[in-house]
Design a protein around this ligand. Structure first.
Ligand SMILES: Nc1nc2c(ncn2[C@@H]2O[C@H](COP(=O)(O)OP(=O)(O)OP(=O)(O)O)[C@@H](O)[C@H]2O)c(=O)[nH]1
Length: 619
């Protein structure tokens, strides 16, 4: 016997005609619904009185709720797990420990009850209590003569007072705005800012700054940053090894921790060839407490740390196997070497590198491997009221040629660099103050103005450039070691580092070395394997020379605007990059945005992320 359909066709086939509905097949079995309906009929009809009114309703007509005990069952609450308080506590502790550890990654955190872990029982209780207070406080306690709640102190009682107050504060605000505009050089809007731009600026800073000291703070640059962060799965925060705290951008760290905790943040301590290896190691120790940290010397010919960084990125790409590719964004202060890292990783000049800040104008994509894309971001400077122009200048944020009275920053340079390093670098001795130093230097180099006056301004700019480009050795010592930490700064006296013996020997024997290569020798001496120093024809030197000659610097020849349709270009013939030999494949391409829509001078001190839909996303 088959199913209804089969049975029907069998009957038809055999030519049997049957009127018997009981034959197995269609309608043979009664459904549960039908059985229920039949049972209702069995239970009898309603009892009616003589007049035909219902005295006792039939069971199917009754509206009484039947008394029944339902056995409780955990399965009612779908997808729940019941665990004891102890298990919850130990789970909470274990996960919180993993969550804090920068070296472990919590994948699929959305499947874990993270609110239980993050808020903790006490916080949750407090929140609940606060809510309850608001909800349960009776009207009489809140308002009226017996009110217990404190009244807010308002300086006005009527709506008229309020209007007057707001008008007054608007007037003072405008007056203050005018005053700051005058002080900041944007007076009469002759500072090159359009009327609207000036309106947009946040002049809440306590001290007026020259416009050039707001570089890297414009709304456009911060929009670029948020675009890069949005599009990246891994963020490489590039830090200058000479001033790790100064070039550490805590704003980005905080933003990632609160807004995008699923993105991986890695510190890359760049330019380690310019600091002694022990200092680099000490800073790595400090930084890696917060996030995984890699050390880099970004040179195409002689890089350091390239292999381990590529390995790390590969691990992240394996971690996100489900994705077609991962994007790695490089962010950080201007001139810390973001583009140089990209070039070092690729093993050839693909991104524009220059010894001047603000060379990268817009974000650009570079393919490292088939599954790993790199995104270069323009240098950003988090606005900080405590940062003086001097701090910003010495961090390399500002282009020295644009600075007025550069000699005013020389005392800070002399303060940061050990005197004998200055003496060796410039072969000078016995200056009384910074002006005397500049005059001596100008006379020595024959940099004289009309009438034999020393060109103090020009020499001061040269010294500032030498300071920023690593020609003058300097670095910030790492904080004191904690108990149990082995690496020390022994043998180094004072606040700032000593030159290595080898460098001293070299310089005794020959002319003073004033190149980054020589600064790199410090590290080389201490750890010859790791810190081989830049070659004499290193990037910075080549570029500097090119800059002096007015030549074009190394750039990506084939910069394609981001919006351009060619998303992936095959470029498998390049040499010198073992990245290309990656088993993943070798489709290498570069994309860059060439158009620069807005002027960078539009400084805005509030780098809040724009709404996501406004950011230009590549995805
Ligand atoms: N000595 C040394 N110099 C480096 C290193 N990395 C970069 N530089 C130099 O630092 C300067 C700035 O490098 P860039 O790669 O242009 O820096 P950036 O962060 O991209 O700068 P922006 O375009 O302003 O964002 C260049 O002169 C590089 O040669 C390094 O590891 N060691």
């Amino acid at each position: 016997m088959g199913t209804g359909k089969k049975e029907k066709s069998r009957i038809q086939r055999q030519g049997k005609v049957t009127g018997d509905p009981k034959v197995k097949g269609e309608n043979f079995y009664r459904s549960a619904k039908k059985i229920k309906a039949l049972n209702v009929l069995k239970e009898g009809k309603a009892i009616r009185n003589k007049e035909g009114k219902v005295v006792k309703a039939a069971s199917y007509q009754s509206r009484d709720v039947p008394t029944a005990v339902i056995e409780p069952n955990r399965r009612w609450f779908n997808n729940t797990r019941v665990i004891s308080q102890d298990t919850l506590t130990s789970f909470r502790e274990a996960i919180a420990e993993k969550d804090k550890d920068p070296y472990s990654v919590l994948l699929k955190s959305n499947k874990l009850p993270m609110s239980l872990i993050r808020d903790g029982p006490k916080d949750a209780l407090k929140k609940h209590q606060a809510k309850m207070t608001i909800e349960s406080e009776p009207f009489s306690q809140t308002f009226g003569p017996k009110a217990q709640r404190k009244r807010p102190k308002l300086s006005f009682n009527t709506i008229g007072d309020l209007t007057e107050h707001s008008e007054k504060s608007m007037d003072t605000y405008q007056a203050r705005l005018e005053e700051i505009k005058l002080l900041s050089g944007a007076s009469g809007y002759g500072g090159g800012l359009a009327d609207d731009d000036v309106q947009e600026e946040d002049f809440s800073v306590a001290t007026a700054k020259e416009a050039i000291f707001t570089k890297g703070q414009s709304k456009r640059i911060w929009n670029e940053l948020y675009k890069v962060i949005d599009s990246s799965d891994v963020i490489l925060h590039v830090i200058d090894a000479r001033d790790p705290l100064g070039t550490r951008c805590r704003h980005v760290e905080k933003y990632l921790a609160t807004e995008a905790p699923h993105k991986h943040l890695i510190f890359v301590l760049n330019k380690i060839d310019l600091v002694p290896s022990k200092t680099a190691a000490a800073w790595i120790r400090v930084l890696q407490k917060d996030h995984p940290t890699c050390a880099m010397r970004s040179s195409i010919k002689n890089p350091f740390g390239r292999g381990s960084l590529i390995d790390l990125l590969r691990q992240f790409s394996i971690l996100h196997k489900d994705r077609k590719q991962i994007s790695v964004g490089l962010v950080g202060y201007p001139n810390v070497g973001k583009s140089s890292i990209i070039n070092a990783l690729r093993g050839k000049p693909v991104a524009k590198v220059a010894p001047i800040p603000g060379e990268t104008k817009v974000w650009q994509y570079v393919t490292l491997m088939r599954r790993i894309y790199l995104i270069d971001c323009p240098g950003i400077v988090p606005p900080n009221q405590n940062d003086t122009p001097q701090d910003l200048l010495l961090r390399g944020v500002v282009r020295v040629e644009n600075v007025d009275n550069p000699e005013q920053y020389i005392p800070a340079v002399l303060n940061k660099v050990k005197p004998h390093h200055m003496e060796r670098t410039y072969e000078l001795k016995g200056w009384k103050d910074h002006i005397h130093f500049l005059e001596m230097l100008a006379r020595k180099g024959g940099r004289l103005l009309k009438g034999g006056e020393p060109d103090v301004d020009g020499v001061a700019k040269m010294v500032l450039n030498d300071f920023m480009r690593g020609k003058i050795p300097w670095f910030t010592p790492a904080p004191e070691k904690e108990e149990g930490e082995t690496d020390t700064m022994e043998g180094r006296e004072g606040r700032y580092g000593e030159m290595s013996k080898k460098r001293k020997r070299d310089e005794d024997d020959s002319a003073p070395a004033t190149t980054p290569a020589s600064a790199g020798e410090d590290a080389k001496e201490e750890d010859p394997e790791n810190f081989a120093g830049f070659d004499s024809d290193s990037d910075s030197e080549v570029e500097e020379a090119a800059e002096e000659k007015g030549e074009e610097k190394s750039t990506a020849e084939d910069m394609i605007p981001l919006d351009a349709s060619s998303d992936e270009e095959e470029d498998g013939e390049e040499e010198g990059s073992d990245v290309e030999d990656d088993e993943e494949g070798s489709d290498l391409d570069i994309e860059g945005a060439s158009e620069l829509e807005e002027s960078e001078s539009e400084a805005e001190a509030a780098p809040a992320p724009p709404p996501k839909k406004q950011r230009r996303s590549r995805k």
